[in-house]
Design a binder for this molecule. Structure first.
Ligand code: PMV
Length: 325
């Protein structure tokens, strides 16, 4: 059977950085995110008895570095199916992969949902999230709709994401400023392994449970300015840990700092706008729907910006009727 799924990438407000268990991808701490309407992956999977290996095409490229991780993830589905049958996979991103726009989150979420459906299996949302997590940690947060919490858990069964609020709950926007489309030198999978070498890592873990509680409460009460302050400080904390890990990780580019300073300037002018950043140079600008035009115009006036992508909160991962092959 053939199945196609569409998954949206997500932006973490409280970040996943560091793992307490490598193989199962159990994170050192829980995290909170929002799915993004305009950053998505569409994937078609078909298990076929005429294949003698997986036939994978990602963004039109046959020998993608991600292919072995895709086959490993298909192995997890084959284990559930208890059948050794290879698959044809075609996957297409709406954006540049591996530039810190969480292509692995939407990629592995789409692969999980399409793969499970193509295998004729029926899993709950929680089971899909657990399975997606093993392909790429942040992918588990792209399975449920809207605003999501990923529980760190101590076993595989305990570490999954669930919906806090659906996509229509709060009209937040994430204006992604694309500063570079280059593939990053250090993939997040490698960075996750060195997080604990930062002297600030333990301090982060000591405070994280309270921070998650506060973040959830600020979303619940829609307290935008306190929420914005919290998530901006969280992004700066993440990059402080990256700077002070060994080998140090410097994902930011000079233009990233220009954008960060412009956001602060807008704030000084009375506009409620904040930033967050993942493992890459691109800055995610978080504002309320009413301020999009003014913020976008200002950011687009920075000459080094390649493009801006406006995102609303979005659904999680779902099956489509139309296939890519
Ligand atoms: O799921 P990964 O290994 O791509 O890690 C994602 C890491 C961050 O984007 C920096 C933070 C997060 O929680 O998404």
């Amino acid at each position: 059977m053939k199945a196609t799924a569409k998954a949206h990438s997500n932006i973490a407000f409280i970040k996943y950085w560091g793992r307490k268990e490598e193989t199962l991808r159990l994170p050192s701490n829980g995290s909170i995110s929002m799915n993004l309407s305009n950053l998505f992956t569409t994937t078609t999977v078909e298990f076929r008895s005429d294949l003698n290996k997986d036939d994978v095409l990602v963004n039109g490229e046959e020998n993608n570095a991600i292919n072995s991780r895709i086959s490993k993830h298909l192995d997890r589905i084959r284990m559930l199916l208890q059948k050794n049958i290879y698959a044809k996979v075609i996957s297409q991103n709406s954006f540049a992969a591996s530039a810190g726009l969480a292509s692995s989150a939407s990629g592995f979420a789409a692969l999980t949902v399409a793969g499970v459906a193509a295998a004729g299996l029926h899993l709950s949302e929680k089971e899909l999230s657990i399975l997606a997590r093993q392909g790429s940690g942040s992918a588990c947060r792209s399975i449920p709709d809207g605003f999501v919490e990923w529980l760190d858990g101590n076993t595989s069964e305990d570490s999954y994401a669930y919906k806090l609020f659906d996509q229509s709950y709060w009209d937040l926007c994430d204006i992604v400023t694309v500063i570079s489309k280059e593939k990053k030198d250090v993939p997040t999978s490698t960075g996750q392994q060195t997080a604990s070498s930062s002297i600030f890592f333990q301090t982060r873990l000591n405070n994280i449970a309270q921070k998650i509680k506060t973040c959830k409460n600020l979303i619940k009460t829609k307290n935008f300015d306190e929420f914005g302050k919290l998530i901006e400080m969280e992004a700066l904390e993440l990059h402080t840990i990256m700077f002070t890990s060994w080998p140090s990780l410097i994902y930011l580019e000079p233009t990233s700092l220009t954008v960060m300073k412009e956001v602060k300037k807008l704030r000084d002018e009375g506009i409620s706008v904040y930033f967050t950043i993942d493992a890459g140079p691109n800055i995610h600008i978080i504002c309320q729907a009413k301020d999009i035009d003014i913020v976008q115009k200002r950011i687009n006036s920075i000459p080094e910006i390649i493009e801006t992508i406006v995102n609303q909160p979005s659904k999680g991962t779902y099956l489509l009727e139309d296939h890519l092959f």
